[in-house]
Design a binder for this molecule. Structure first.
Ligand SMILES: Nc1nc2c(ncn2[C@@H]2O[C@H](COP(=O)(O)OP(=O)(O)OP(=O)(O)O)[C@@H](O)[C@H]2O)c(=O)[nH]1
Ligand SMILES: [K+]
Ligand SMILES: [Mg+2]
Length: 342
């Protein structure tokens, strides 16, 4: 049985199992089993060099933003509008088949925007080019999830689930759980507050599932079993995501109003060039970039060429800054065919 079939089987078992105190431990174990299988799914197949099918684009500029969405929601139209790089747009699905980079010049910085093929439900399990697309999303600093304002609102949840299945966590911060594997000494389990979602026994069972018998664990918040599994897996990526509802020109004002009130959302129309400045401002804010203008002694500061830093938060939620070198635009040979204008 393949990994995907195994995942499906466990998901079916979870769906059949009633949620109550008695089944809580079993369900936790099943969740850990799925998490382990999903991690296996992410490993490159044995014997391959790990990727390499035309989706990798060299990083450029002070940050990278990916456009993720169902087919024909207007990702390419948006890339063309924001960057001036032409990316083919058409009314049929899967117009874009590769990764097309463009550059946004904003606030004296250069942001690399990546147009990508549309993804569909099942992408994380390899439907379409879903896995490759999501891998590129994972390599970016933030995601713009482009949604069609006139289509089902369920699309937002479906795509979020697909991204979560490969270890992306959108608009969440890392769980406040200290976890350290040890060589000996058994499991030490502590918390700084009463826990309402997990208990010691459940955590032991999950550790058992991972064959971890020596570790130090400290819950610093009332975290869930999913949070705990995320911490054990250790390969999660916490990213900001802005939900971009495009095509508001074809829906009524009530819908526009409602969508604009969804969390982390911006409503736009590429056709009418509506609200694009708001989108850029929001994207910029979420990237957390900071510009530092250096002033050589005895001279005026250079206001055209800042040093750009990005704020990062570590496990303890403390902020620090990472500097960005504005790397030259080197695109791998494979990507030279793709249009890239500055
Ligand atoms: N009404 C309306 N149509 C739009 C808007 N933006 C894009 N479109 C149309 O939507 C269709 C799909 O646009 P694309 O840019 O190709 O969409 P995509 O998401 O890149 O599609 P794939 O590459 O196939 O995944 C085209 O016919 C566009 O003209 C908009 O704001 N309003
Ligand atoms: K299209
Ligand atoms: Mg496209």
């Amino acid at each position: 049985m393949g990994i995907i079939e195994k995942i499906k089987e466990i998901e079916a078992e979870m769906a059949r199992t009633q949620k109550n105190k008695a089944t809580e431990y079993h369900l936790g174990q099943l969740k850990a089993k799925i998490a382990k299988l999903r991690t296996q799914l992410l490993e490159p197949p044995k014997g391959s060099s790990g990727g390499g099918d035309g989706f990798e684009v060299t990083k450029f500029g002070h940050g990278r933003v990916s456009l993720i969405g169902f087919p024909s929601v207007g990702k390419s139209t948006l890339l063309t509008l924001l960057t001036g790089t032409h990316s083919e747009a058409a009314s049929y699905e899967f117009t874009t088949l590769t990764c097309i980079p463009g550059i946004i010049h904003y606030n004296d910085t250069k942001i690399q925007l990546l147009d990508l093929p549309g993804i569909i439900e099942g992408a994380s399990e390899g439907k379409g080019r879903g896995r490759q697309v999501i891998a590129v999303a994972k390599s970016s600093d933030i995601v713009l999830m482009v949604l069609d304002a006139s289509k089902s609102e369920g699309h937002r949840q479906i795509l979020t689930k697909e991204l979560e299945a490969v270890g992306l966590r959108l608009n969440k911060r890392p769980p406040q759980i200290y976890f350290k594997k040890k060589k000996t000494g058994g499991i030490s389990f502590n918390s700084t507050m009463p826990l309402t979602h997990v208990d010691e026994k459940l955590c032991y069972q999950i550790l058992h599932e991972y064959k971890i018998h020596n570790a130090e664990i400290l819950f610093r918040e009332d975290a869930t079993v999913d949070d705990f599994i995320d911490v054990i897996e250790g390969n999660r990526k916490y990213m900001k995501c802005v939900y971009v509802y495009n095509k508001i020109d074809v829906v009524g004002i009530d819908d526009v109003d409602r969508l604009s009130r969804q969390p982390n959302s911006v409503v736009i129309s590429c056709n009418l060039k509506l609200n694009l400045d708001r989108l850029l401002a929001r994207m910029w804010d979420e990237m957390g970039l900071v510009r530092v203008y250096t002033k050589p002694q005895g001279q005026q500061p250079d206001f055209g060429d800042p040093v750009v830093l990005s704020a990062e938060t570590d496990e303890g939620g403390r902020g620090r800054f990472k500097s960005h070198s504005d790397a030259p635009a080197r695109i791998s040979d494979r990507q030279k065919k793709a249009p890239l204008k500055q």
